[in-house]
Write a protein that binds this ligand. Structure first.
Ligand code: KIV
Ligand code: NA
Length: 277
C-alpha cells in the first residue's frame, strides 16, 4: 500500500474514518505495526519505561530515542512515523528544538515529530519546527514529561477551569501549526466539545472516540507487566505466551528433549571418524 501522507490523514478525518496509531520502539514492533496496516507509528518516549526499563519518560535521552527511531524506520514503509521529542531536547531554545527535530528527520527518517505542552515556550518551539518544514503533532491534556507539575499521571480536564485550559491548549497548538493533536487522559465529553471546534484531527488516548486512537503497542499486546491505566485494552496475552515459550525451551533443554533429530545437521560418519583420529 502507498505511504501514508498528511493529506491521507486529513482525508481519513474528513471522511470520519478513525485514524489508527500505535507505538513502536524497535525493528520488531515496527514490523508488527507495518504488517497490521496501521496509519501512524509513534516512536514514543514511553519507550523509556516499556523497552528500556526506566522509571519515567523524562529519563530517556535524545541519543536513545534516535536509536529506537532508526530501528523502527527500518521496519516501517507504509505508516507515517512520528517521533517524540524527548525531555531535555527542546527546552533550551527554538534553535535547539529545530536542531533536535532535524536529527529525527535526517538521521532516523522521521516523517514528523511530537511535542508536548502548550505554554508560550512550547508554542514558540512548535512554530519554529513547523517553520523549518518539519510537521508537528501536538500533545495536550496529560503530558507525561511534565506530569509532576500536573499532579502526577492522572486525568486532566475534570473541572470546568481545567477543561477550558485543555481546550485552550488544543487550539493554541493548532494555531501554532500542528497538523494533529494527541489529547491524553481527558473525559470524552470534554474532548468531543474540543474536537467539534478544531480543524486538525484529534488522536485520543484515554479521551473517548476522537478522530483517531493511539495506544502503547506493548500494552495492547499484553506484554507490559502490572496494572494498566483504564484506557488500555489488552487484545492478547503476548507476554505470557513469550514466557511460556521460553519455559518450554528451558524444560526441554534440561530434559534432553531439545535439540531433537530434526534440529541437528545430518551426521556424517566419515567426518566424525576424521575428527576422532
Ligand atoms: O510516548 C507515548 O507512548 C505517547 C502516547 C501514549 C501518546 O506519547
Ligand atoms: Na510520549
Amino acid at each position: 500500500s502507498p505511504k501514508v501522507t498528511l493529506r491521507r490523514l486529513r482525508e481519513l478525518a474528513d471522511a470520519g474514518t478513525p485514524i489508527v496509531m500505535v507505538t513502536a520502539y524497535d525493528f520488531v514492533s515496527g514490523r508488527v505495526a507495518e504488517r497490521a496496516g496501521v496509519d501512524m507509528v509513534l516512536v514514543g518516549d514511553s519507550g523509556a519505561q516499556v523497552v528500556l526499563g526506566l522509571p519515567d519518560t523524562t529519563s530517556v535521552t535524545l541519543d536513545e530515542m534516535l536509536m529506537l527511531a532508526k530501528a523502527v524506520r527500518r521496519g516501517v514503509q507504509t505508516p507515517l512515523i512520528v517521533c517524540d521529542l524527548p525531555f531535555g531536547s527542546t527546552e533550551r531554545s527554538d534553535e535547539q528544538a529545530v536542531a533536535t527535530s532535524v536529527r529525527f528527520v535526517q538521521e532516523a527518517g522521521a516523517d514528523a515529530v511530537k511535542l508536548e505542552g502548550a505554554n508560550p515556550a512550547r508554542l514558540s518551539r512548535l512554530r519554529a519546527i513547523v517553520d523549518a518544514g518539519i510537521p508537528v503533532v501536538g500533545h495536550v491534556g496529560l503530558t507525561p514529561q511534565t506530569a509532576t507539575a500536573l499532579g502526577g499521571l492522572r486525568a486532566q480536564g475534570r473541572t470546568a477551569d481545567d477543561a477550558i485550559r485543555v481546550a485552550r491548549d488544543a487550539f493554541a497548538v493548532q494555531d501554532a501549526g500542528a497538523f494533529a493533536v494527541v489529547i491524553e487522559a481527558v473525559p470524552a465529553d470534554v474532548v468531543d466539545e474540543i474536537r467539534r471546534a478544531l480543524r486538525i484531527p484529534v488522536i485520543g488516548i484515554g479521551a473517548g472516540s476522537a478522530d483517531g486512537q493511539v495506544l502503547v503497542q506493548h500494552d495492547l499486546l499484553g506484554i507490559t507487566e502490572g496494572r494498566a491505566p483504564v484506557f488500555v485494552k489488552r487484545y492478547a496475552a503476548v507476554g505470557d505466551a513469550m514466557v511460556e515459550a521460553v519455559e518450554a525451551y528451558a524444560r526441554e533443554v534440561r530434559e534432553g528433549a531439545f535439540p531433537a533429530a530434526e534440529h541437528v545437521y545430518p551426521a556424517s560418519a566419515e567426518v566424525a571418524e576424521a575428527v576422532r583420529a
